[in-house]
Design a protein around this ligand. Structure first.
Ligand code: BQZ
Length: 695
C-alpha cells in the first residue's frame, strides 16, 4: 500500500512538480520596487496663480535707453503705443531677486536645427527654447510647478480671462487687447482663427507638437465674436482639461498677416508643401508675440534674437520686458549643451542625458564653477512603444504587418517586458541613486501615481520565453532567432526595427540595451537611429515597428496634454493612429484606456479623477500600451550670473525649463553683466529684412 501511495503520491508529486515547473516558468506580475531615495535639490516656493502676474495699466512705462533712442529718432512709436491697453504685469513680490535691470544675453546651445518659421504647419525651429521664446500661446502651464495644488489651473497668457456658460458647453475667452506682433501689427482673433481653421482643422496641415481637432475634444468648434473674444463650444460639459491644451505646443498662433496669404486656401495654385516651407530660417525678423525676434541665422552655427519692442509684458514698476536684450542659440548638439553650460561658454542646459551626470556633477561641485546645477524630481522617463496599429497606419509591408499583429498580442508584449532587465538598463546609463525601474505609465512620485495600480513584469527570461511560445513563436530553423509561424511572413526569422532619436546618446544607449536584451529571447532587433526632425516625421507617419522614446508631459502631470494619454483621436497617439481607412482599430483594452481618459477629461470631481487614473494605470501597465524602461531626475544648469531663477524649477513637468523659469523675467545684475551681445543697441527690422537695425 505504502508503495502504491508513494507511486501515486510520487506520480502526483511529479505531476505537481511539472505543473509547478510550468507555472514556475512564468513569474507572476507584481508591483514595482520603490525608486531609490533621491532628494530634489530645492523645492518651489508654492504660490497662488494670482501671485505671479495680473493684467492692468500702470501710471508710467519704461524701456532700455537704446530703445528710447529709437523713439526719439522717430524710428519707433512711444512705448505707450507699443503696449496693450492692459499689459501683463509680473509682480515683483514673486520675483526671486526682485525687479531686474536691462542688458546681457542668455546663450543657449541646442541640438536641433531650424527648418523654418512656419510652426503652425509643423516646421521645427530646432527646439531647446527657440519656439517657446517666439511662440506665445493662449494659456501658459510651464510655471505651474510652483502653483499650490488646490489652485492648479492653466495660467492666462494671450487669453487673459475666460468664463463658462451655464451648461458648461461654451467657453468665452477674452484675448489681451491692443497687443501687437513684433512688427507692430495688432494681434487679434484673426490670428487664433487662422491657426484653428486653416492649420489645426485643415487635414493637409500638421502643426508642430501635433495639435489635431481632437486635441480640443471631438466636435469642438471655435469662433470669433469680435477682435478680442473667442467662443469655444464643446460636446462635453465643463471640459476644463482642454484649457491646458491651449498652452505651449498646441495653441500658439502664428502671424496670420504673414502666413494666410501663403496658405493654399487663399493663394491660388499654392501647394501645402510650399505653404509649409515658404518662410525658411533665412527669413529674418519673422513677427512674433514672444520676447525675442530672430535677427540672424547662420546654418549649423547660430540663431540670434533681439528684444521685441512690442512685447506685451511689464514688471510692476512699468519696465517693459524682457530684461535680457538678446538670446542666442548655438546650433550644436544636446550633449554639447551640457558641456558648454558647465564650462560657462553656454548659459543653460536641461541635464537630461544620464551619461553626463557624473562629469557634470564633478565640474559643478567646484565653488568657482560658472554654473549652478540643481537636480529635480525623476521626471525624465523612457519607454519602448510598440506600433499597435493593425489596419495600415504607416503602410506596413507583409513583415511589418506581421510584427504589428505580434505587437497586438498580449503574450508577446508581456514576453518583451519580462525580457528587459530594467535595473541593468538604468545602471548602464549611470551608476548611483539616479535611475529607477519604470514599468511604464504614470511616474512614481507624481500626483496621480498609485503603486498598487501599477503592474510590473519583473525581469525573467524564462517567463519571457514561455510567453513567446504562447504567442506562437518558436525557433523552427534552430538559428537562435524565433520564426513567424509557417504561413506568416514566410515563416521568416522575427526581425524588428527599433526607431530611436540619434540626437541623444541616451536614446541610442537605451535602444542598444533593448536590442541586446532581446537576443537571448531569440528576437532580432535592428536599430533605426534617425536625427530629430527625420525621427519625429518617421514616428508621426507610423513607419516603425517599435520605438524607444522619451515620454511626454502627460505621464508626469496628467493634466497637461491629457488627450495624449491614450489614442483618444485618429491622429493623437504616436503608438496608434488611424489606418488607411481613417478608423482606429483599437484593441479592447485600448478602448477602455481611451474611455478612462475621456471620463477623466469630462469630470471635475477630484476623487473620481484619482480613481480614474488608478484604472488608467492598471490598464496601461497590465496591457503594456508602452513598455517602460527607466526613469530618472533631470538637473537644471544655469550660469551663476543670472537672477530671478525660480527655486526648484524642474527641467520638465508641465513644460520644459525654458518656459518654467519665465525667461522674460530673468536678468543679470549690472555688476555681473558681460559684453556677450552680438548685436548691441539694435532692434529687429521689418519682416523679411536683412536683420537687426541700428540707429
Ligand atoms: C528641451 C526641449 C525644449 C521635442 C525636444 C527634442 C525634440 C522633440 C523635445 C529638451 C529638446 C531638449 O527636446 O532635449 O531638453 O530643451 O528641446 O523644446 O527632443 O526632438 O520632438 O518633443 O521637446
Amino acid at each position: 500500500m505504502r508503495k502504491h501511495l508513494f507511486a501515486l503520491g510520487g506520480a502526483g508529486l511529479l505531476l505537481g512538480v511539472s505543473i509547478i515547473a510550468a507555472q514556475a516558468q512564468i513569474v507572476p506580475p507584481t508591483t514595482p520596487p520603490d525608486p531609490p531615495k533621491f532628494d530634489a535639490q530645492g523645492t518651489p516656493n508654492f504660490v497662488g496663480a494670482k501671485d505671479l502676474y495680473e493684467y492692468g495699466t500702470l501710471p508710467e512705462y519704461h524701456e532700455p535707453d537704446f530703445v528710447k533712442a529709437f523713439v526719439d529718432a522717430e524710428r519707433l512709436p512711444p512705448i505707450e503705443e507699443r503696449l496693450p491697453k492692459e499689459p501683463l504685469i509680473f509682480k515683483s513680490s514673486n520675483m526671486p531677486d526682485g525687479i531686474g535691470v536691462y542688458g546681457d544675453v542668455m546663450r543657449h546651445v541646442i541640438g536641433g536645427r531650424p527648418e523654418g518659421w512656419n510652426y503652425m504647419a509643423g516646421q521645427s525651429q530646432g527646439w531647446g527654447g527657440i519656439d517657446m521664446g517666439t511662440m506665445e500661446c493662449l494659456t501658459r502651464t510651464g510655471p505651474l510647478f510652483e502653483i499650490k495644488a488646490d489652485e492648479l489651473a492653466p495660467l492666462p497668457n494671450l487669453a487673459k480671462s475666460w468664463e463658462w456658460s451655464e451648461d458648461g458647453h461654451q467657453l468665452t475667452m477674452h484675448l489681451i487687447e491692443g497687443a501687437k506682433w513684433s512688427d507692430g501689427v495688432p494681434f487679434t482673433t484673426e490670428d487664433a482663427i487662422f491657426y484653428w481653421e486653416d492649420n489645426v482643422l485643415d487635414p493637409n496641415v500638421s502643426p508642430l507638437n501635433g495639435a489635431t481637432p481632437e486635441t480640443f475634444g471631438e466636435g469642438t468648434t471655435l469662433t470669433a465674436l469680435d477682435d478680442y473674444t473667442l467662443l469655444w463650444t464643446f460636446k462635453e460639459a465643463f471640459p476644463k482639461q482642454y484649457i491646458y491644451q491651449m498652452a505651449y505646443g498646441t495653441f500658439c498662433p502664428g502671424p496670420a498677416h504673414i502666413f494666410k496669404p501663403l496658405h493654399p486656401k487663399y493663394k491660388a495654385g499654392a501647394t501645402y508643401d510650399e505653404y509649409k516651407n515658404a518662410i525658411p530660417p533665412e527669413y529674418l525678423n519673422i513677427p512674433v508675440m514672444g520676447a525675442w525676434v530672430p535677427v540672424e541665422y547662420r546654418p549649423d552655427d547660430i540663431v540670434v534674437m533681439r528684444r521685441n519692442p512690442y512685447y506685451w509684458k511689464v514688471d510692476d514698476q512699468g519696465n517693459q520686458l524682457p530684461y535680457l536684450n538678446e538670446v542666442q542659440y548655438r546650433l550644436s548638439t544636446w550633449a554639447d549643451r551640457d558641456v558648454q553650460a558647465v564650462a560657462g561658454t553656454g548659459d543653460f542646459s536641461n541635464l537630461e542625458q544620464a551619461e553626463s551626470y557624473v562629469e557634470a556633477l564633478k565640474r559643478s561641485a567646484d565653488p568657482a564653477a560658472p554654473a549652478r546645477l540643481a537636480f529635480g524630481a525623476r521626471t525624465i522617463g523612457y519607454t519602448l512603444f510598440p506600433n499597435l496599429s493593425g489596419n495600415g497606419w504607416g503602410e506596413p509591408d507583409e513583415r511589418q504587418q506581421a510584427i504589428r499583429e505580434l505587437n497586438r498580442n498580449d503574450d508577446f508584449r508581456k514576453a518583451i517586458s519580462y525580457a528587459i532587465d530594467r535595473q541593468r538598463l538604468g545602471e548602464a546609463l549611470v551608476k548611483g541613486p539616479f535611475t529607477a525601474i519604470y514599468p511604464g505609465g504614470l511616474y512614481a512620485g507624481t500626483t496621480y501615481y498609485d503603486k498598487d495600480s501599477t503592474v510590473y513584469y519583473p525581469y525573467s527570461l524564462e517567463s519571457a520565453k514561455e510567453l513567446l511560445k504562447k504567442a506562437g513563436l518558436e525557433d523552427t530553423d534552430g538559428n537562435g532567432v524565433v520564426n513567424f509561424p509557417a504561413g506568416t511572413a514566410g515563416g521568416a526569422d522575427v526581425e524588428i526595427t527599433l526607431l530611436a532619436n540619434a540626437d541623444y546618446q541616451t536614446d541610442k544607449n537605451l535602444a542598444e540595451g533593448v536590442i541586446a536584451m532581446m537576443e537571448p529571447l531569440g528576437i532580432r532587433v535592428i536599430a533605426n537611429f534617425l536625427t530629430g526632425t527625420q525621427r519625429d516625421a518617421t514616428e508621426q507617419a507610423g513607419k516603425f515597428d517599435w520605438r524607444v522614446a522619451r515620454n511626454g508631459a502627460e505621464l508626469i502631470a496628467v493634466v497637461q496634454n491629457t488627450v495624449a494619454l491614450a489614442p483618444t483621436g485618429p491622429q493623437i497617439s504616436n503608438s496608434h493612429r488611424a489606418g488607411t481607412d481613417g478608423t482606429l482599430d483599437l484593441l479592447p483594452w485600448e478602448q477602455q484606456l481611451v474611455d478612462t481618459v475621456n471620463a477623466f477629461i469630462a469630470t471635475d470631481d477630484a476623487a473620481k479623477r484619482k480613481e480614474l487614473m488608478k484604472q488608467y494605470q492598471k490598464l496601461y501597465t497590465e496591457n503594456l500600451f508602452g513598455i517602460g524602461l527607466t526613469q530618472y531626475p533631470g538637473a537644471l544648469i544655469i550660469n551663476k550670473r543670472f537672477a530671478n531663477i525660480p527655486a526648484g524649477a524642474p527641467i520638465f513637468m508641465f513644460n520644459w525649463a525654458e518656459d518654467n523659469i519665465i525667461r522674460e523675467r530673468v536678468y543679470v545684475p549690472a555688476d555681473k553683466q558681460q559684453n556677450y551681445e552680438l548685436h548691441p543697441n539694435t532692434l529687429p527690422g521689418a519682416p523679411g529684412s536683412a536683420g537687426a537695425e541700428s540707429l
